[in-house]
Design a protein around this ligand. Structure first.
Ligand SMILES: *[C@@H]1O[C@H](CO)[C@@H](O)[C@H](O)[C@H]1NC(C)=O
Ligand SMILES: *[C@@H]1O[C@H](CO)[C@@H](O)[C@H](O)[C@H]1NC(C)=O
Ligand SMILES: *[C@@H]1O[C@H](CO)[C@@H](O)[C@H](O)[C@H]1NC(C)=O
Ligand SMILES: *[C@@H]1O[C@H](CO)[C@@H](O)[C@H](O)[C@H]1NC(C)=O
Ligand SMILES: *[C@@H]1O[C@H](CO)[C@@H](O)[C@H](O)[C@H]1NC(C)=O
Ligand SMILES: *[C@@H]1O[C@H](CO)[C@@H](O)[C@H](O)[C@H]1NC(C)=O
Ligand SMILES: *[C@@H]1O[C@H](CO)[C@@H](O)[C@H](O)[C@H]1NC(C)=O
Length: 407
C-alpha cells in the first residue's frame, strides 16, 4: 500500500476523531493528547521523517519508535497482526508505517491548519537536531553573503567525487564544514545537503540568521560559525536519542552477557576499527545477541576525519562510556537502540540494520545458522531495492558486491 494513501487515511481519522476544544491556540493548555496526523503530499518516498513544531510535532518511520498501546491504530496489518510482526518484523518493513504525533489540544481546524503547515515542511527538511547558538546576523551583513558562498563550496566539494564525505571551508569571516555519514558519500550526500543548505542558509527557517549553527540529519552534519575555534573545539555530545523499545533487565545470553554489555563490546570493537584500521574514521559492526526478541545488534561509529586517530578513539570512548547511563531505564531495562551525536564523533546502535554493509563491517559472535542469516541478508537487499525513493535504492553494482560479500 502506498504511504500516501495511508497518510490520507490517517488524516481522515484525525479529523473525524479529534475532539474540538477551546479554539484559542495560546491559552496555555499544557496537557498533551495523542493524535494521528498525516505528513506528506508529493514526496512520499521518504522512509522516515519528523517535524517539531512549537504546538505539535509528528514523526513517521518504518521502524517502531514509540511504545505501542491499545490506542495505537493498526491499519492493513497482515493476518496475525501484531504477533506476526513481532515474529518477523523485517519481513513486513516496507509496508509498515508508524506515525506518532503529539499535539496540544486545539480545535479541529487549528490542528488541520497546523498539519498543513507541517506537511509543507516535511517534504523539505528532516533534521534530527539543530543547535542555533546565540549570535545573529542580518541580510545586509556580509556574513549572509559569505555564508551562501561557503555553503556552495562545501556542497561542490562533497559532490565532486563518489568518495568525498568531509569538507571544510572558510569564506570571509565564516567557517564551516560538512561531514557525511560513511555510507552516504559524494553526490548522494550532496543531494540531501542541498536541502539543508536551502533551509538553513539560503532561505533560512532553521536557525534563521543565526551565526553559529550545527544541524544534524541522518545523512550528514553541517556546521558553520563566525569563530573557527568554536567549530574545532566543541566536543560536547550534542544530542542523545533512544529507541523507545527496550530489552528487559536480566535478559542475557547463555554466557550471561547482557544486552548493554553486548552493545558496549560491539561499539568498542567498532570504535577500535574506525580509529586504527579504517581509512576514514568510520566503521560498522554486527554482533549476535539472540535473546529477548533481539537477534542481532548493529553499530556504527564515526569521527571527523580531521581528528587524530587517538583523539577519535578517545572521543568515542567517552560516548561509549556514557551508554549505561544514557540508555538504561530506572528498572534496569536497556534501550534497544540509541544514538549520540557530537560535533567530533558520533555513534548509533539498533537491532535492525540501518547502514550499508561492506566487507569491512565487523561481525562478532555470529551463530552457526549461517544459511538463515544469508537468507535474511538477501531479503534485506531485496527490500533496499524496492524503496519507493529511487535515491535510496542501491545501484546494481552495489547489490552485486553485497551479494558476493560472503565473509
Ligand atoms: C545589520 O548588521 C550590521 C553589522 O552587524 C549592522 O551594522 C546593521 O545595523 C544591522 N542592520 C540591521 C537592519 O539590523
Ligand atoms: C575542496 O575542493 C577544493 C577544490 O577541489 C580543494 O582544493 C580542497 O582541498 C577541497 N577541500 C576539502 C576539505 O575537501
Ligand atoms: C544542489 O543545488 C545546486 C544549486 O541550487 C544545483 O546546481 C545542484 O544540481 C543540486 N545538486 C543536487 C545533487 O541536487
Ligand atoms: C569497552 O572499552 C572500555 C575502555 O575503553 C572498557 O572499560 C570496557 O570494559 C569495554 N567494554 C566492553 C563490554 O568490552
Ligand atoms: C587493526 O590494526 C591493528 C594494528 O594496526 C592490527 O593489529 C589489527 O589486526 C587490525 N585489525 C583488523 C580487523 O584489521
Ligand atoms: C536488574 O536486575 C538485577 C537482577 O537480575 C537486579 O539485581 C538489579 O537491581 C536490576 N536493576 C535495577 C535497576 O532494577
Ligand atoms: C573490500 O572491497 C573492496 C572493493 O569493494 C576492495 O577493494 C577491498 O580490497 C576489500 N577489502 C577487504 C579487506 O577485503
Amino acid at each position: 500500500m502506498r504511504i500516501q494513501s495511508l497518510l490520507v487515511f490517517l488524516t481522515a481519522v484525525l479529523l473525524s476523531s479529534s475532539t474540538p476544544t477551546a479554539g484559542n491556540d495560546d491559552d496555555g493548555v499544557t496537557a498533551e493528547v495523542n493524535l494521528l496526523c498525516y505528513s506528506c503530499r508529493g514526496d512520499c518516498g521518504r522512509v522516515g521523517g519528523r517535524i517539531l513544531g512549537p504546538r505539535c510535532n509528528l514523526r513517521y518511520e518504518k521502524e517502531l519508535i514509540f511504545r505501542e498501546n491499545y490506542g495505537t491504530l493498526q491499519i492493513d496489518l497482515p493476518k496475525g497482526g501484531k504477533l506476526q510482526r513481532e515474529l518477523g518484523d523485517w519481513h513486513n518493513e516496507p509496508t509498515l508505517l508508524l506515525v506518532i504525533v503529539t499535539a496540544l489540544p486545539l480545535s479541529t481546524t487549528a490542528v488541520a491548519s497546523e498539519c498543513d503547515r507541517l506537511e509543507e515542511m516535511t517534504t523539505r527538511v528532516n533534521p534530527l537536531y539543530y543547535d542555533c547558538g546565540c549570535s545573529k546576523y542580518n541580510r545586509s551583513d556580509s556574513y549572509h553573503n559569505d555564508l551562501g558562498i561557503l555553503a556552495g563550496k562545501l556542497r561542490s566539494n562533497i559532490s565532486a567525487s563518489d568518495s568525498n564525505f568531509f569538507a571544510f571551508a572558510n569564506v570571509g569571516s565564516v567557517y564551516g564544514f560538512v561531514l557525511c555519514r560513511g555510507d552516504y558519500k559524494g553526490p548522494q550526500c550532496a543531494n540531501s545537503l542541498n536541502q539543508t543548505i536551502q533551509d538553513a542558509v539560503l532561505n533560512p527557517f532553521i536557525c534563521p540568521f543565526y551565526k553559529d549553527v550545527t544541524i544534524y540529519s541522518d545523512q550528514h552534519m553541517l556546521s558553520f560559525s563566525g569563530d573557527q575555534y568554536l567549530i574545532y573545539k566543541d566536543d560536547r555530545p550534542a544530542w542523545v536519542a533512544s529507541n523507545m523499545n527496550y530489552v528487559k533487565n536480566g535478559t542475557a545470553t547463555s554466557d550471561g552477557v547482557s544486552y548493554g554489555e553486548r552493545v558496549e563490546e560491539l561499539l568498542n570493537g567498532t570504535a577500535d576499527y574506525a580509529a586504527f584500521n579504517s581509512s576514514d574514521l568510520y566503521a560498522t559492526g554486527e554482533s549476535w545477541f539472540g535473546e529477548g526478541g533481539v537477534s542481532m545488534v548493529y553499530g556504527l561509529v564515526q569521527c571527523r576525519p580531521d581528528l587524530k586517530r587517538e583523539l577519535c578513539r578517545q572521543c568515542l570512548a567517552e560516548l561509549i562510556s556514557s551508554i549505561p547511563k544514557q540508555f538504561t531505564t530506572n528498572s534496569g531495562d536497556h534501550r534497544v537502540g540509541g544514538r549520540i551525536l557530537g560535533v567530533r564523533c558520533n555513534l548509533r546502535f539498533e537491532k535492525d540494520l540501518f547502514f550499508k554493509e561492506t566487507n569491512e563491517t565487523s561481525k562478532l559472535h555470529m551463530p552457526k545458522i549461517y544459511q538463515m542469516l544469508e537468507l535474511r541478508r538477501r531479503i534485506q537487499i531485496a527490500l533496499l531495492c524496492v524503496q519507493e525513493n529511487p535515491d535510496h535504492r542501491p545501484h546494481m553494482r552495489e547489490v552485486t558486491t553485497m551479494l558476493s560479500n560472503n565473509d
